[in-house]
Structures are given as structure tokens and as C-alpha cells.
Design a protein around this ligand. Sequence first.
Ligand code: IPM
Ligand code: MG
Length: 362
Amino acid sequence: MRFNIALLPGDGVGPEVMDEALRALGIIAKKFGHEFSFQEGDVGGIAIDNHGTALPAQTLAVCKKSDAVLLAAVGGPKWDDPKAKVRPEDGLLALRKGLGLFANLRPVKVFPLLVNCTTLKPEIVRGVDLVVVRELTGGLYFGKPKKQWQTSSGRHAVDSMVYSEKEIERIARVGFELARSRRKKLASVDKANVLESSRLWRQVVIEMAPQYPDIELQHVLVDNCAMKLVQSPRDFDVIVTENTFGDIITDEASMIAGSMGMLPSASLAGVPRTGEKTFGLYEPIHGSAPKYKGLNKVNPMATILSAAMMLRYSLALEKEAAALENAVQRALEDGYRTYDIMEPNRTQLGTKEMGEKIAERI
Ligand code: IPM
Ligand code: MG
């Protein structure tokens, strides 16, 4: 089959890890008889340099015409001035909004071979396999009013956590459906003891629960969730939460896996269902690591695993997705590591060499 894929390599180490995902996808195409047609676009810092905006109209147009978008990373010190009018991150936010990517899936799966890479105790993280479903186009990030203003008593600022029942319903549905395809446990995370938006969130989730009698639903306050994530992370299966809470707890959850270099993500425009194609954008959760740019150092696994998620959710190629994931697993089993997951008696490789080892194992 033929698929159109938009490629947004972005900044820093983005192009280097993207190259390794492309190498892997090239093998998948050959082995399984598919044709991937790739179209590149600028986003982030490079787009600011080339076009004066973090998301040029032509990049958005390329994404809209594609079956899926693969993004590597954006940002860097060059564009970090807090007073700057445009920032690389604006490109990400505009992509999310412009493509309607309301559901962000961030799986945290601990590879048994890497249980010693985390700063937590191995016996706490062993066997962790959870997914955070983060609402991505609402809440504090986009709610209005959002501004700064000045009065005689000084400067003020406001961000608004706004949610409609429709927005809550569609993201909760992603959580319920995903739980149904997994261990059937859903934790809805909110701050209903304080926030009105969270009270509506909890109410809507409670009203949906009868449609999912097979799912064990819990409501967890976000502060308590932050604690439980490091205390007993194995207890979680699927977590569904609003945008800002999700931003914070996914950084925390990523540390359970030891390295951000291992973790992929998907941002979807619909409810994913097995065998169906849902439009989405896929990216590693790590940043652009500007200090490693051009050094052939960082771990390409998160980007390759993001490509696997793309195959699964946007192209409905489950077998191909599993083939990529197995290749990553086998490269680990064979002792290959990048610097971020290096341990004694293992072979440390650069980005490119790791990409080759994975490609050979597909
Ligand atoms: C993330 C990032 C982004 C966010 C930033 C870069 C805008 O932290 O994807 O988690 O806050 O959503
Ligand atoms: Mg974040």
C-alpha cells in the first residue's frame, strides 16, 4: 500500500534521529511491500530562521495532505529569549491545534533489560506498562482569557482552564477505549476538590462509565497521582487527564523508564480503534538536545518507536509496528546501548550505529 507521510525533523538532534526512523521505515516498506512517500516541512527554530514563523502555512498544508506526521524535536538556545515574539514551541502548539490533535498518548513501558537505568529502585519500576492519555488542545494552554495587563497596582496575568463537556467526553472516550484494549483499568486524574473544570471533568467521566461496565474506573486527584506514580507505578494501566496535569505527570512518568530516549508519543485527531486509521502526529518525548547536535550521540529508539506507533494508529499496520518494536527489543537484548542507557559490559553506540543495529533486526 502507498502512504503519504509528512516529516518534520525540526532542530538540534531532530534530523539525526529522524534519519534513523527513516532507515527503519525503509526496511519496513521493502519487507512488507509498502510505499512510503515522504514530504519534509520546517517547524520550530529552523522554521523561524527560514520563514519568520514557527509553523509556516506550507508545513501545515503538507501535514494536512498526509496520512500521518512524524516529528523529531524543536527548540534550542538560539531561540530561547523569553522576550522573543515567536518561539519554536509555538510551532508544536499550532500543529496540535491546527491538526485537531486532541489526544496525546504517552506510553511508559519499562524494558526488563533496562530496569537499572532509572533513578528509582528497580523493584518499583519492574513491569511498569502504563499509558497517559493527555488532553492536548484545551485547558490552560489555549483557554481565554490569556493575557498580561497593567493597572495602577502593578502587572497582572491570567490563563484560563476552560473545558467543554464535548472536549472532556472525547478525551475520556480515548481513555476508556484504550483501557478496553489493555488491562481494563482507567484512572481519571483531576483536581475536583478545588477546580470547577475538574468537577465537570469528573461528572462527565462518571456519566460515561455505564457505557464501559468492563472497565475498572478510578478518580485520582492529580497531586495524589504524582505521588503514586513513584510509589507504585505498576498499579496504573491507562491514565486520562487534562492538558497541564498531563504535561507535568508525563515528565514524571518518563523517569520511571529511565531515559527519555526510549519513549515515543502519539497525538491523535480521533479515538484510536484496532484496524482503523486515525490521523496523528508522532514524536519522541525528548527534546532537541542542542548540546549533542551533530555528535552522533543520542538514542534514536524513541523516534523509531514513535514511527511504530504511527504504523499502528495512523496506517493500521499492526504487524509492521510490532516488527519495529521487536527490532528495538532485540537490539537491546544483543547488548547495544546508547550513552543514556549505558551499563557495564554493554556495547555503546552512536545514533547512526544504533539505527543500523535496529534496522538489521527488522
Ligand atoms: C510537551 C512539551 C510541550 C508542552 C512544550 C514544548 C510546549 O513540554 O510536549 O510536553 O508543554 O506541551
Ligand atoms: Mg512537557
